[in-house]
Write a protein that binds this ligand. Structure first.
Ligand code: WT7
Length: 647
């Protein structure tokens, strides 16, 4: 545990939106009187009809209901685009940097407006109406932003599916959201390699009950695709047929804005549902304060729009604030390992927001690829997605930021819509590895397993005691699952699924998931999902999956596999199982280590003892604890003898 403390640089305290004293004052006010605080901040977006009621929230078991600004009406696309036209029509809204460094362009707010209106009219022409779900399976190209904002403009609910997901995962999400229209591209481009998106949609369509109604295809690479007449339409042809005029729909504050699927500890991924006004207010306020955003800043978040970080901090937060946001199609190592830093120099980026896994992998290449670039424009660095180890934090701060850029380690989740625990760069003294303090209006608590609230310096499970505007509203189509997942473990509180320590200064240190969710390179994966993919293979009779510490990825995927009688372990089968999981879920779910195990440690009632499997995967087999309740304790000896992770 690092005890180094970095003071707020004097220049920051002077220019930032809030100093430490102001943070304390505003935080106290936001907790004491949330209605007044959020009542005022609700006005940072424009309303068609202003709200009179700020919050209406119940966390009571059986009647969980979350509503913010419920009697107001507005439109998210209007707020992210139209309202800036009077002052920013010629300002760059999006800087697009292609996979190939020779390809980049800028889109002004004026152009963005025209593109979003056109895209919205194409959707309308294909029968998309208010409340309909539209699945977006696009690479990181400007059309992804146009498509999302187009949905918001006409009141359709978008469900963006990350381009790395397999046809199977895509079809499950299309079916669960019951979306008739899918937007995709011929191919994506990452690190010089084509990703067959349209082909994946074709394969997904075969599995969707009733089939996909219409597929709108954006031409990105010009690679060959087959177009099915009556189902597939080129976007550029459709766009020529529609008008460029499309008024924004008047939406109720609580109308859904988007669904985003995320992994839980059990069963299939859940459709996290976010609604219109509260989400946008929260994305905008956090983007302003956490990144200390000021007019003229060039802001870059390296996430993919397929994840919530891309929704809130590439698109909605920055655009609501009239910012210039950079959208990057490529990967950190292409064409060279200096790419991130070259892009920073090329576009004079001031704020850079990325994931610990990227930092750790770039760290491995040493300082030279960073130092050969200038990075003089950089003022602030951000981290998101998983705990950042103090070594990576220090390297990010010292090498990338040359010691002059504060690092904001932002803790949040798909469910929270925006950042909940974070430093503010002009206010917060930094401790490497700690997400530090709660944002305005956020009431974190640490509880023990019985739900008792712990005080002072302590360690336990992280809950949030009260609502904030950006909170998810339900699991799409399954409100009961929403209540059970988040509000049943500790009644009247939102349970995050994370473990956490609070130190004597009141700083929060996230220790990682306490459920069966693992975090691989900042991507969330349910162990149950990987297990069900494995047992779907004909050679597999049983599988148990756990996480283990991985130097670059944070956590790696460790799979224990029991084979069917007659099957025998081999290197070929190992490779085949990895390929099988990639096909079923996508490359992000590839097991790093597979251990063929004749048996799994089970209690006499047949429950797999994951605690033991985790210890062996961590190579901590000296500390297995009590194994006397196992049906067959001898299983453990074999597991230890054949363990795959030896440090
Ligand atoms: C889980 C949420 C937040 C958007 C990207 C991930 C972990 C996230 C941090 C952080 C420690 C973090 C938590 C959380 N996590 N940020 N700064 N420090 N852990 O969203 O896929 O919904 O995953 O990521 O475990 O619960 P997500």
């Amino acid at each position: 545990m690092s005890e180094t403390i970095y003071d707020v640089p004097a220049a920051w305290a002077e220019k930032a939106w809030v100093t430490d004293a102001q943070y304390k004052e505003m935080y106290a006010a936001s907790i004491k009187d949330p209605d007044t605080f959020w009542g005022e901040h609700g006005r940072r977006i424009d309303w068609f009809k202003p709200y009179a009621k700020v919050r209406n929230v119940s966390y009571k078991p059986g009647e969980v209901s979350i509503k913010w600004y419920e009697d107001g009406t507005t439109n998210v696309a209007y707020n992210c685009v139209d309202r800036h036209l009077a002052t920013r029509a010629n300002q760059t809204a999006i800087i697009w940097e292609g996979d190939d460094p020779a390809e980049s362009r800028t889109i002004t707010y004026g152009q963005l407006h025209a593109e979003v209106c056109k895209f919205a009219n194409v959707l309308k022409a294909h029968g998309v109406r208010k409340g309909d779900r539209v699945t977006i399976y696009l690479p990181m190209i400007p059309e992804a932003a146009y498509a999302m904002l187009a949905c918001a403009r006409i009141g359709a609910i978008h469900s963006v599916v990350f381009g790395g997901f397999s046809p199977d995962s895509l079809s499950n999400r299309i079916e669960d959201a019951d979306s008739r229209v899918v937007i995709t591209a011929d191919e994506g481009l990452r690190g010089g390699r084509a990703v067959p998106l349209k082909k994946n949609v074709d394969a997904a369509d075969d599995k969707v009950k009733g089939g996909i109604g219409a597929v709108i295809v954006v031409r990105r690479t010009g690679g060959h695709v087959t177009m099915k007449p009556g189902r597939d339409f080129w976007y550029h042809e459709e766009a020529e047929k529609v008008s460029g005029h499309c008024p924004p729909a008047e939406m109720q504050a609580e109308d859904p804005l988007f669904i985003l699927y995320t992994s839980g500890s059990t069963g299939k991924p859940k459709g996290v549902l976010h609604s219109t006004a509260g989400y946008l207010v929260y994305a905008a306020i956090t983007h302003q304060y956490v990144f200390d955003y000021h007019d003229g800043d060039i802001y870059w978040c390296t996430a993919d729009v397929g994840w919530v970080t891309g929704h809130s901090y590439i698109l909605y937060g920055p655009l609501a604030n009239g910012a210039t946001t950079l959208m990057f199609e490529g990967i950190p190592t292409y064409p060279t390992i200096s790419r991130f830093w070259e892009v920073i120099d090329k576009h004079k980026v001031n704020t850079f927001y990325t994931a610990p896994t990227a930092i750790r992998s770039l760290m491995g290449a040493g300082e030279e690829p960073v130092k050969k670039t200038s990075r003089a424009s950089l003022r602030l660095l951000g981290s998101v997605g998983e705990p950042i180890n103090p070594e990576a934090w220090e390297w990010y701060h010292r090498v990338v930021g040359e010691g002059r850029c504060p690092v904001v380690d932002t803790w949040w989740q798909t469910e929270t819509g925006g950042i909940l625990i974070t430093p503010l760069p002009g206010a917060t003294r930094l401790k490497p590895g700690s997400a530090t303090r709660p944002f305005f209006g956020i009431r974190p608590e640490i509880v023990d397993t019985e739900g008792k609230v712990l005080e002072g310096a302590c360690e336990g499970n992280l809950v949030i005691a009260d609502s904030w505007p950006g909170q998810m509203r339900t699991v799409y189509g399954d409100h009961k699952r929403f209540e059970e997942t988040y509000f049943a473990t500790y009644p009247n509180k939102y349970f995050t699924g994370d473990g956490c320590r609070r130190d004597a200064d009141g700083y929060y240190w996230i220790t990682g998931r306490v459920d069966d969710v693992i975090n691989v390179s900042g991507h969330r994966m349910g162990t149950a999902e990987v297990e069900s993919a494995l047992v779907a293979h004909p050679a597999v009779s049983e599988a148990a999956v756990v996480g283990y510490p991985h130097d670059i990825k944070g956590q790696g995927i460790y799979a224990y596999v029991t084979l069917m009688t007659g099957e025998s372990p081999s290197e070929d089968l190992r490779k085949e199982l990895v390929a099988h999981v990639r096909r079923e879920i996508g490359p992000i779910a590839s097991p790093d280590l597979i251990q063929f195990s004749p048996g799994l440690p089970k209690t006499r009632s047949g429950k797999i003892m994951r605690r033991i499997l985790r210890k062996i995967a961590e190579d901590e087999h000296g500390a297995l604890g009590d194994t006397s309740t196992l049906a067959d304790p001898a299983v453990v000896d074999d597991l230890v003898a054949n363990r795959q992770n030896r440090r």
